[in-house]
Design a binder for this molecule. Structure first.
Ligand SMILES: C[S@@+](CC[C@H](N)C(=O)[O-])C[C@H]1O[C@@H](n2cnc3c(N)ncnc32)[C@H](O)[C@@H]1O
Length: 198
């Protein structure tokens, strides 16, 4: 990731020992929506370099577990409740692998994003593909009543995606954290309480 050295959140993250300024986005989401509980199993998609996993690790406590998934390398954590799974989220075997090894999960986070090409509609489309995959995985892997947090980019597919989230979860909110750069098109959707799956 590309950090600007004089960025307030970058410096704050460095001071606190977080691996990325992105930690503050998840902390703001937690402060506003209270998504975490002790002892939860959390799936963190697009976890590298690991700022969200560090926050999740502390929120779920030593009896909880965080599964940090990324196709990019993630360097080992000192936190013992984080497991690194080095895979692409489109890997067909991923959902069975998670279910067989860890069972159903309480909370699915996705901060996945593509390498930005600069072509806005292409980046939006790639981002929506990642978000759709995260939503599919949430429907398969979350316990009934589980919660979903996912990064989106503003654009023409946003409304359709929020409608799909609304069908699967009892309620949802869209949220732009203060720590998200103003010029960034990103916004987060939070789906509360997965409905019973057929
Ligand atoms: C913005 S970074 C995530 C930052 C992270 N939340 C943190 O707090 O440090 C986005 C990540 O999404 C990952 N990603 C993008 N496409 C992916 C895919 N298909 N499968 C797994 N990870 C993917 C990238 O490799 C990148 O590490």
């Amino acid at each position: 990731m590309n950090f600007v050295s004089d960025d307030y959140y970058y410096l704050k993250a460095k001071h606190k020992g977080y691996r990325s300024r992105a930690s503050y986005k998840l902390l703001e989401i937690e402060q506003k929506f209270k998504i975490f509980q002790k002892n939860q199993i959390v799936l963190d998609l697009g976890a590298s370099p690991g700022g969200w996993s560090q926050v999740a690790s502390s929120e779920v406590g030593k009896n909880g577990k965080v599964l940090a998934i990324d196709k990019a390398y993630i360097s080992p954590f000192k936190e013992e409740n984080i497991e690194i799974i080095n895979r692409d989220i489109f890997d067909e075997e991923l959902k069975n692998f998670i279910e067989e090894n860890y069972g159903k999960i309480d909370l699915l986070l996705s901060d996945c994003s593509p390498n930005i090409s600069g072509d806005y509609s292409r980046d939006h489309f790639t981002q929506i593909n990642l978000a759709n995959r995260a939503l599919d995985l949430s429907q398969f892997l979350l316990k009934e009543g589980g919660c979903f947090v996912c990064k989106l980019f503003h654009g023409k597919e946003l409304q359709h995606f929020t409608n799909k989230t609304k069908e699967s979860f009892e309620t949802f909110k869209l949220f732009k954290p203060k720590s998200s750069r103003k010029k960034s098109a990103e916004i987060y959707i939070i789906g509360f309480k997965l409905k019973k799956q057929n």
